[in-house]
Design a binder for this molecule. Structure first.
Ligand SMILES: Nc1nc2c(c(=O)[nH]1)N[C@H]1C(S)=C(S)[C@@H](COP(=O)(O)O)O[C@H]1N2
Ligand SMILES: [Mo]
Length: 355
């Protein structure tokens, strides 16, 4: 009998839908901080676009002094910036909301981490200039399709307010982990908006348009809006910054363990500032202990944490994890329920049984 090599036993993406392709990362089994495209979650609103990548140009137009079309070669000549960034889908952990909400039932794997290299958007805008009335920058993707709510045929497009668009960390990326961006993740150019939920990071950029008003595209005015109420749109507000959050990677939820010593470990991340603290509770929140950081803590990147647990008592145990960031944001006990199920970040909770 042929021996099965351990190198052939590996994790795969978990399929949520095939057309469009929506698949999540098996986050419990992820070891790499530069997530390879094999394990990078995929979130698409439409089928993959068809366009000539060998004849690619990026136009910037609208409320600018002079429109300009950049070639890829020209973009590669500008001073680059490389950033380690968490991309998290706003719908990550959606399946945990109670009551449940409609939409892709993402568990904990609609998140990735890697190194993006590109040119700050502001560098390109220095060539075109901005009109005094300029208000927002719209970034349009090559992908198109029909909206289920309006039957309208639209491109995936999103805007950024000037302040975020001109932030030196908002980049037009052309490399991921040292290589051209994999096609499914936005080749040849992708907007990367560190600190914001990943709907802002538009793939396959077709053009950039400066406008003098608020952008009203459906991926901004219908979707990616927090609707706090079940039956009306009162008090709604846009989804932007990533909430402070954490995920346990080991042990697994509902795993059976022996008495003894176990390492509990995982990741924590936030959209503003850095992770400053990750606390663990093994008694349903009565007492909390600090976890150790096992990686550096940096803006926009995820942080690894670990806790060594010595457990002698058999039976069921709940493990709670609560991250805090440098802005004082803490994971709440209850998530902010909203009709479209965005931004879930309640205290991370799993159960294990000790035998
Ligand atoms: N052009 C385009 N950009 C897009 C999307 C899309 O459907 N089309 N989806 C957005 C959403 S909601 C997420 S979560 C991320 C997913 O990026 P990934 O597929 O590289 O993981 O891309 C964002 N950018
Ligand atoms: Mo998303």
């Amino acid at each position: 009998m042929k021996k099965v090599e351990s190198s052939t036993v590996r994790a795969n993406l978990i399929t949520r839908s095939l057309i469009p392709e929506n698949k999540e990362t098996p986050i419990q089994f992820l070891k790499d901080d530069n997530v390879s495209d094999k394990l990078f979650y995929r979130r698409n609103h439409f089928s993959y676009p068809n366009f000539l990548t060998s004849f690619y140009y990026l136009p910037i137009e609208g409320f600018v002094y002079s429109s300009k079309t950049f070639s890829l070669e020209e973009i590669l000549t500008f001073p680059p910036k490389t950033l380690k960034v968490v991309l998290e889908c706003a719908g990550d952990k959606r399946d945990l909301f109670k009551p449940k909400v409609f939409g892709e039932q993402w568990e904990k794997g609609a998140i990735s981490h890697g190194s993006w290299k590109g040119v700050p958007l502001r560098t390109l805008l220095q060539f075109t200039g901005l009109h005094a009335d300029a208000k927002e920058i719209v970034v349009e993707g090559y992908d198109v399709g029909e909206r289920t709510d309006s039957n309208e045929i639209v491109h995936f497009s999103r805007s950024l307010p000037l302040e975020k668009a001109l932030d030196s960390n908002t980049i037009i990326a052309y490399e991921y982990n040292g290589y051209p961006i994999p096609f499914k993740h936005g080749y040849p150019l992708r907007l990367i908006v560190p600190g914001w939920y990943a709907m802002a990071s538009v793939k396959w950029i077709k053009r950039i348009k400066v406008i003098d008003k608020k952008f009203k595209g459906p991926f901004q005015s219908v979707d990616y809006v927090y609707y706090p109420h079940e039956d009306n749109n009162n008090e709604s507000f846009p989804v932007t910054t990533i909430n402070v959050n954490s995920t346990i990677q080991k042990p697994l939820d509902m795993q059976i363990l022996n008495t003894g010593i176990h390492e509990i470990k995982g990741i924590a991340w936030t959209g503003v500032g850095k992770i400053t603290k990750v606390d663990i509770s093994l008694d349903n929140g009565a007492t909390w202990n600090a976890c150790q950081f096992t990686s550096s803590t940096e803006n926009y990147a995820w942080t690894h944490w670990s806790y060594i647990w010595e457990i002698k008592e058999q039976g069921e145990h709940t493990i709670l994890i609560k991250a805090t960031d440098s802005e004082g944001n803490v994971q709440p006990e209850k998530p902010m329920w909203n009709r479209k199920g965005y931004g879930y970040n309640a205290i991370e909770r799993i159960k294990v049984k000790i035998e």
